[in-house]
Design a protein around this ligand. Structure first.
Ligand code: GLC
Length: 574
């Protein structure tokens, strides 16, 4: 345990700055607001914060379109305010990592404005420009990962530029050494200031196949999207992943990205104790375990719509055995691009089990091996914001998907049903701090940048939950405390038990000093379980209870006859 780095022991919490807390009352979150909530975060029991982009940006992709890499969006505050925030976070022992968007800038970034100025501008080659095809159309058949062609024509200079994401997010040309130097300067700027690392945005998209050959996939992005919204099983997920990779094989995950990650790692390693987390799931991004990224997300686990024990077991078996030595796992269930955890794992029936399922998902995240990442608001069980009118969408990607669905002639009923899922706004609504006007996020009467989810008035808010011992928020606090106080849950190896069990997940987490049994009953059925773990018990047939979500008769249990209640979370020390 003592050999572990801070980021192996930490629980991370993602702050979406626009929606976290509005300090100056303009309807948009800011650093003043975040600073005022640092004590809340400390008391919650998280150890590190990941900030989604806080840089100046026209906000076409909610900050992932950066127009200045070494400054702060004016609506969030100033560089001074950022430094104050960093300082206050560090004082409380909270580490801070920033979002680093390497693949593209905003089209309003001065680099791109210069690049557009003329074909011989010194920054022309900082982006990816190409002559039109002989018929005047785009240079090849590549699509944008956000739908539509990946090329945008620039009338003034008569060439196309390439963008993997929105047309307002032109891709940088990472084969140009000047681009690399400029970006590494920005990296040093923040590291020198004392930030603890970076979450690396969309690294798979950084390089393209030289010569830019057409893809030969048989489907287009619009076909892919249709299956994307209906995929259920891991097999289906894998199948559509393969289609996606075929479609983007010249635009995604090129080998050269690994050399770049090694270079970035070497730079970051010149600073003590920093971390790089990739928005990627491929194990290859760990490099040899010590020379690329410290962490990459286990998205395969996150993308499941149901908590199913066999899925988790299969996922862990595959993932943990694939890790190179020295590499550390990393798990998450939600972020600013996904649906909210509470809504995703909801049972879809009459809602009776929703709360229990959300609690189980946290217990799973905090007891599996690896660094957990939480997303702001999940600790009070925030649910997806339901937007039923496209004019309310802030997420341009959501608008594109909606338009595509309309073009495809999706019947009105299906369109209405899919609409809330289409927009990433669903998980980006302002945090609900109190049962007060505007949920206490902004003063009453102010128009917030996205609508507030009205369920703040039904107990989904921090202030009321803090006062209720049985609330989701206090459950989060308890579970985070249990994890912090239980070394085996942080450092221990994972060993699955009862591998055929359909309703529950049982496993051991063990270090040389401590072994814990975790049982997560993901079903509404009670079970009496028998574990043949006698050799490992400290105290005859008994084990000492560390945590249970249910009242138990005693604080020691008989492992040959262990009663587990429906949806029970049970953690004991052997
Ligand atoms: C990442 C971000 C997403 C953004 C995209 C383009 O996937 O998580 O929000 O839209 O990159 O930067």
């Amino acid at each position: 345990m003592n050999d572990l780095k801070w980021w192996q022991k930490a629980v991370f919490y993602q702050i979406y700055p626009r929606s976290f807390a509005d300090g100056n009352g303009d309807g948009i979150g800011d650093f003043e607001g975040i600073i005022a909530k640092l004590d809340y975060l400390k008391a919650l029991g998280v150890d590190a914060l990941w900030l989604s982009p806080h840089y100046p940006s026209p906000q076409i992709d909610c900050g992932y379109d950066i127009s200045d890499y070494t400054n702060v969006a004016p609506e969030y505050g100033t560089l001074e305010a950022f430094k104050h925030f960093l300082d206050e976070a560090h004082k409380r022992g909270l580490r801070v990592i920033l979002d680093l968007v390497l693949n593209h800038t905003s089209d309003q970034h001065p680099w791109f404005i210069e690049s557009c100025a003329s074909r011989d501008n010194p920054k022309r080659d900082w982006y990816i420009w190409h002559d039109p095809a002989p018929d005047g159309g785009p240079p090849n058949n590549w699509e944008s990962g956000f739908t539509g062609p990946a090329w945008e024509y620039d009338e003034a200079t008569g060439q196309y530029y390439y963008h993997f994401f929105l047309k307002e997010q032109p891709d940088l040309n990472w084969r140009n050494p000047e681009v690399k130097e400029a970006m590494w300067d920005a990296v040093r700027f923040w590291l020198d200031m004392g930030v603890d690392g970076f979450r690396l945005d969309a690294i798979g998209t950084i390089f393209e196949t030289p010569g830019m050959p057409d893809h030969t996939a048989e489907i287009a992005m619009r076909d892919w999207l249709k299956s994307h919204y209906t995929v259920e099983s891991p097999e289906e997920r894998e199948a559509i992943e393969e289609q996606w990779e075929e479609l983007f094989k010249h635009q995604y995950d090129l080998p050269s990205v690994h050399d770049l990650m090694k270079e970035l790692r070497a730079l970051v390693d010149t600073y003590p104790d920093r971390v790089l987390v990739g928005e990627e799931e491929k194990i290859a991004y760990y490099g040899n375990g010590n020379d690329e990224l410290h962490l990459v997300f286990n998205f395969a686990l996150m993308d499941n719509k149901r908590l199913i024990p066999s899925l988790v077991r299969d996922n862990q078996e595959e993932r943990l055995s694939d890790l190179p030595s020295g590499a550390w796992p990393c798990n998450t269930f939600g972020n600013h691009d996904s649906g909210r955890v509470y809504s995703r794992f909801a049972d879809g029936q009459d809602g009776d089990y929703d709360d229990a399922l959300a609690r189980l998902s946290l217990a799973l995240l905090l007891t599996l091996k690896g660094t957990p990442f939480l997303y702001n608001g999940e600790e009070i069980g925030m649910t997806d914001l339901v937007l039923t009118d496209v004019s309310q969408f802030q997420d341009v990607h959501g608008i594109l998907i909606y338009n595509l669905a309309v073009e495809e002639g999706l019947p009105q009923e299906e369109l209405a049903a899919l609409m809330p899922q289409m927009t990433r706004d669903r998980c980006r609504s302002p945090l609900q701090w109190a049962n007060a006007p505007n949920a206490g996020f902004s003063p009453g009467g102010v128009e917030t940048w996205l609508p507030i989810n009205p369920n703040y008035a039904e107990g989904i808010n921090m202030a009321e939950q803090l006062a209720d011992p049985d609330s989701m928020l206090n459950f989060y606090k308890r579970m985070l405390h249990v994890r912090r106080e239980t070394p085996a849950l942080i450092a221990g190896d994972y060993q699955p038990l009862h591998e055929d069990a359909e309703d529950y997940l049982a496993f051991l987490r063990g270090t040389d000093e401590q072994t814990c049994l975790v049982v997560l009953n993901m079903s509404p059925k009670a079970h009496t379980l028998r574990f043949g773990l006698d050799g490992k018990m400290a105290n005859g047939e008994s084990v000492a209870l560390i945590f249970s979500s249910h009242e138990r008769d005693a604080d020691v249990d008989d492992l040959a006859n262990l009663a587990i209640a429906p949806f029970e979370i049970y953690i004991a020390e052997l």
